[in-house]
Write a protein that binds this ligand. Structure first.
Ligand code: GLN
Length: 193
């Protein structure tokens, strides 16, 4: 299984390390042609305005949009913002692939970053330690989107829509491999169906 990680900015190295641990072959994606032959793609956390600007400069917006229409794609944090159909904040380049509305910096500034344990639907009872860094939340989902995790106050922080996955936190900054394994299982499902 060959999984690309968008490597324009942000925490792509950490995702690559996690993917290697779950046995995937990895590719750093900076050019449209590097999407060829990939079974899936991770869009990492970082700064979504920067990722959007660089993706525009490198002519990656359309190829990424096209890829995410058919192939498993997972956005974490800024990657979740980049995948969303709609933002509550002012305009910036996004892919618009996933039927969710997202509020950037929903918990405030860098200083308001936090870590907490959450439960992810379909996972074992073992809590998932989630690291939120200037994190977004999902403020609206269409009917075709499944909510996988919420904070105690009900704020939605992980969602899945068929072959698309989005998490507001940074699983690549912990040593819990369950979400990376889940993404590989999503890929297996699409390649065998
Ligand atoms: N606040 C960042 C943004 O708006 C996301 C932060 C992150 O990816 N950790 O893009």
């Amino acid at each position: 299984m060959k999984i690309g990680v968008l490597a324009l900015q942000g925490a792509f190295i950490e995702h690559i390390k996690m993917l290697k641990q779950v046995g995937a072959e990895t590719v750093e994606v900076r050019l449209p042609e590097q999407l060829e032959g990939l079974d899936g793609l991770i869009i990492p956390g970082g700064e979504s305005t920067t990722i959007g600007k660089l993706a525009t400069d490198y002519n990656l917006i359309e190829p990424l949009r096209e890829f995410s229409q058919h192939k498993p794609t997972w956005g974490t944090c800024a990657g979740m913002i980049f995948l969303a159909k709609q933002l509550t904040t002012e305009e910036q380049p996004i892919l618009g692939s996933m039927d969710i509305q997202v509020n950037r910096n929903a918990f405030g500034r860098q200083i308001d970053s936090f870590e907490t344990n959450i439960h992810i639907d379909g996972f074992s009872d073992e809590p998932f330690h989630a690291v939120f860094i200037r994190a977004p939340v999902v403020t609206r989902v269409d009917d075709n989107v499944q909510v996988l995790a919420q904070l105690d106050d009900g704020q939605v922080v992980a969602v899945q829509q068929d072959h698309l996955l989005a998490t507001a936190f940074h699983p690549e900054l912990t040593d819990d491999l369950r979400l990376h394994s889940h993404f590989c299982a999503m890929i297996e499902k699409t390649t065998t169906s």
